[in-house]
Design a protein around this ligand. Sequence first.
Ligand code: PLP
Length: 298
Amino acid sequence: MPTTSPAAPAPVLVLVPGATGAPADGGAPFHLADATVPQLSVTDLVATRGDGIFETIGAFDGVPVNVGPHLARLARSAGLIELPEPDQAVLAEAVDAAIAAHQPVAELSVRVMLTRGIEGAGTPTCWIHARVSDDWTPYRAGMRVAVLDRGLATTVTGTSPWLLSGAKTLSYAVNMAAVREAKRRGAADVLFLSSDGFVLEGPTSTLLVRRGEEFLTTPVSAGVLPGTSVKSLFTWLQQDGVAVRDELMTPADVAGSDGAWLLSSTRLAAPITHLDDAELPVDHELTARFQTVLKGQA
Ligand code: PLP
């Protein structure tokens, strides 16, 4: 008898008309909606111009991690692209509602999306979409990473703020193209390089490097996203008296390090086994402890 796999739990959609102020119709600030039917207008500026921002929050065994820092970063991105300030209290409640409405699962990916809205309307569109996370197990075991030139200098935020480096915008086509290029090169992910020769971040992740008993990451001033995951790990390491630091590093610094990871909220800590052709040491036990911290279960 052929076996049929059980149906995947249905994704949950919460529309948030009150994300940046009371809804014009006097209705509730957020409500559940049907995730299986189209909901977005074709004239929404996120559809026509990729003009919007987002956050992806991980929820593990039903408990979301770093909701406050994610919503604070959403507000920071809103400031950088001149969108109205999101109401973080309303969004935090809406995130909880999305998770509560989802069937219980081990790992949930909760996206908070805020767009410039329908062309001419002047009101942002906001929704939250919760779905079962991708299976990141192979990445958490270790992955090859290709170094790819981002073509921007580490001075970009000062020289060209309109490039929105360090904002989490919904224009990720370039980031996804970089991952495809990495795959063509036999790698699973990317470490971006600045035009002045320093490693930056991954297309969806922050770099963490171990040098002896010290842990380092790229300074946010270099035009990278301020990662919530690296912040959690730094706080945890510092509690143990471990030194953590921001530093501009070259690919050779990473290749010659005592270990390196790409960190993010749903994939968690993915150790780098090879940076281009250079093999790096992988500490699976430490990586497992990082996963526990990043799941909020330490
Ligand atoms: N850098 C970029 C460009 C990202 O897109 C992400 C997350 O998606 C990160 C870093 C990691 O951020 P966090 O640890 O807050 O998930």
